[in-house]
Design a protein around this ligand. Sequence first.
Ligand SMILES: Cc1cc2nc3c(=O)[nH]c(=O)nc-3n(C[C@H](O)[C@H](O)[C@H](O)COP(=O)(O)OP(=O)(O)OC[C@H]3O[C@@H](n4cnc5c(N)ncnc54)[C@H](O)[C@@H]3O)c2cc1C
Length: 498
Amino acid sequence: MTRPIRKVVILGGGTAGWMTAALLAKVLGPVIQIELVESDDIGIIGVGEATIPPIQQVNAVLGIAEADFLRETRATIKLAIRFENWGAIGDTYYHTFGAAGRNTAFCSFHHFWARARKLGFGGSYWDYDLNALSADAGKFAPTRGNDPVWDMPYAYHFDSGLYGQFLRRYSENLGVVRTEGMVADVQRAAGIGDIMALVLRDGRTVSGDLFVDCSGSRGVLIQQHLGTGYEDWSHWLPCDRAMAVPSERFEHTLPFTRAIAHEAGWQWRIPLQHRNGNGLVYSSRHYTDDQAAEILLGNLGSKALADPKVIPFRTGRARRQWNRNVVAVGLSSGFLEPLESTSIYLIQSAITRLMHLFPHQGITPNLTAEYNRQSQIEMELIRDFIILHYHANARWDSAFWRDLRNMDVPERLARKIELFRSNGTLVQDQYDIFLEPSWVQVLLGQGIQPADYHPLADGPSDDALRRQLSQLAELKVRPLAQLPSHDAFLQAQVGQPV
Ligand SMILES: Cc1cc2nc3c(=O)[nH]c(=O)nc-3n(C[C@H](O)[C@H](O)[C@H](O)COP(=O)(O)OP(=O)(O)OC[C@H]3O[C@@H](n4cnc5c(N)ncnc54)[C@H](O)[C@@H]3O)c2cc1C
């Protein structure tokens, strides 16, 4: 199809819809018209409150100051996820956004650390990671601009409802038109099959050239009308339900997410300024909803503020994220469970990709094929990273964990694990949002120790290595004394007690 794209219609006003509207309006606003249709009767999913550091780029592109963002969305800082009971019951490790130690030109820090461990010293890998040290101390302030060894990358936890409203105000200010109404049907172009207009329940129509389907797991355009099909990944990621409930905040807000494994699933605890977000992700073959509610409500640590809400889901992806003149963004494009907080990032990445490949002179097969190729690889790489957490477990307490340990994993992941296990090597795939420090932390945290290390780590003598590591640990810990508590940082930013 070669029709120029003058008007983009976004269906859905959840995080995906309003992020798409805000970014498109900011970047392409001068050359396209944007209309967003959402139904107040349906509402939004209302979860999705933990992010990863690229969210800062969204704020930077939109020109949103951090203090405004923190105030408006009641956000807190996220330095890491703390995984509890994942390797074996009682084990705890961080997947931080930082990097341990300091790499040399051809040899990553973990090889030196692995050698030290063989020699009987070196302590914990996380002793060399400022994010982990600050998370443990409950402290935070941005450290960028100092010595790079003190870089402390971070993300946010925010209230998803407030975030959507914040982006809605932003988008409407830039001229995005919002139409409230329920889409009941669509008009298709004769012969070609492209969508020409949305037809609302009351008979109004909203026409456009390109449609972004942000209608959530319903996939109103991409699935219900275009029948794109879905690739199911639940044989690798068997959790298919979540139960979410807010609870009262604790006295101090932690600067990290907690991911606590249970017998057949795991629980998140996300600290916000005004409340905690909690949820249990579980397998319906192993837990009934009543059992899930008992586990979740019994492990909140503070008073529940609402009744728990059940959210069924199916892990997988739309077979094509871009089909005809519809691009699926957000839950309509697929869903990987929330273990590594990647869905909001995938929204950001999808919009960025769409802007790079924007079909201003018309949609061509080459553009859609390239878009779909990149989207597929990106999602598969995240899928593999999440599978790793489940597969490399040392839990013997339930069939759930035993089955996951014994399952066949995707070939690319199996190769990655074996390579790391044999000599600590990691291969960085293009489009993988998780870089070497993330993989190393989760592999080590889940109990996979490399049998060997890179020969360059044999460079220093035993004594020199011991000295280097202790100097590095001391260097990493040094900024802590200067950092305020996480609560004090937030209070200074938002201008009121948190
Ligand atoms: C249990 C759980 C936990 C999660 N945790 C995280 C997390 O920590 N971090 C993270 O990054 N992501 C997380 N996610 C994912 C995250 O919630 C979503 O990616 C994000 O909220 C985007 O959702 P959405 O906008 O695609 O869909 P929704 O929020 O469902 O919005 C859909 C929109 O479409 C509209 N709509 C639907 N049908 C019609 C129709 N016929 N007519 C008109 N309007 C219609 C609705 O009104 C709504 O506005 C989680 C998801 C789940 C299920």
